[in-house]
Design a protein around this ligand. Sequence first.
Ligand code: PMP
Length: 429
Amino acid sequence: MLSSETKKSQAVGNSTRLFERAQKVIPGGVNSPVRAFGSIGGTPRFIARGAGSRVWDEEGNSYIDYVCSWGALPLGHAHPTVVEAAEKALRDGSTFGAATAREVELAETITAAIPSIEKVRLVSSGTEATMTAVRLARAFTKRNKILKFEGCYHGHADPFLVKAGSGLLTHGNPSSQGIPKSVTDDTLVASYNDVESLEQVFTSHGKELACVIVEPVAGNMGVVPPRSGFLQKLREICTKHSVVLIFDEVITGFRFHYGGYQDLCHVRPDLTTLGKIIGGGMPLAAVGGRAEILDLLAPLGPVYQAGTLSGNPVATAAGIATLQLLQDKNIYAKLETLGAKLADGLKNPTVAINRIGSMLSAFFNEGPVETYEQVMASDREPYKRLFHRFLDRGIYLPPSPFEAWFISAAHTEKEIEETINGFLETNNR
Ligand code: PMP
């Protein structure tokens, strides 16, 4: 028998060794930066497998998972029906570079579920979807400028990687090297949830704007729901200035109910981007919307877009199986119940809990947290402590204070209670 001390030191052994090896051959040891634990410190756990609400690291430690592949898995890991569909598809050939029946089925499923989507093109990542949405908006309006909101993330294509300068409304500056200033000169940045800043942008630039892109519920600065009337105002002002409104629903699509957040807030965007859930955990995303805009895409129209693995047979199989399972309303009811229970249990004078359905954030902040500035005013240190204490207890939180926690329908009330108890104990220390 190993003593618990020995077990623990062994416990970080494999991940530590893997991370050392990884850093020699993969920049920073990871294939997406947040995985490196940069903002909370420590050695990233290498995940060997997942089932339901849990993941296991290479050492065999199990964790209740609140990352769930950043929102891609509302049914939890390795749902048997999804696995079966993907396995079956794989046996029939993994990719053809030719049209397949399941692409049609998935496109029909998406257009039936989200009324603003008349046509949809399938791609492989959220980044591709938003990049294509902007290209379409520019072609449709014959204008160049785009508007995004500070704190919203839309993938890593050049025009989105901007930070605001000083002042309320600003032209974006590249937030990454390797992006020409000339590219971000066409990106304007406004404050999320701030109607005044929106009106200012439109007063000075309304005629030059091709599109506004927004996460209808911000999920990449932690969870920040829209203030009442914000999205409605956005729709109104875009219509008035003939600007294409893009809802980036890569996270929110099929997260709160069967369809987009747009159905819940009753705002119809012109274009919508989807990802994560619609691929059932496989690389699949989509851009959809008004047919007259989508029909600008090649081969029908002059806007070029393509992809070797677009509409991949295995990914579409996993996506269709996932969406079929999500048609069961009990799943969303369960996600709401679990989300509410967790949020209630975490309530504490030192934290502001923002939650919609199964997606939440705990900001170490007196609150309210409704803007990017308020998010940034949160204390990062207590989150780092919480993260590591939770990791030691077998609870895996997002390795960043400003990312959303995701609950799946595979989580249990008991696991939520365990998480709340862990929070009360660690937060009082
Ligand atoms: N849009 C939003 C709202 C996202 O959250 C993300 C990724 N987290 C993306 C776009 C980019 O998606 P991907 O990582 O698949 O490129």
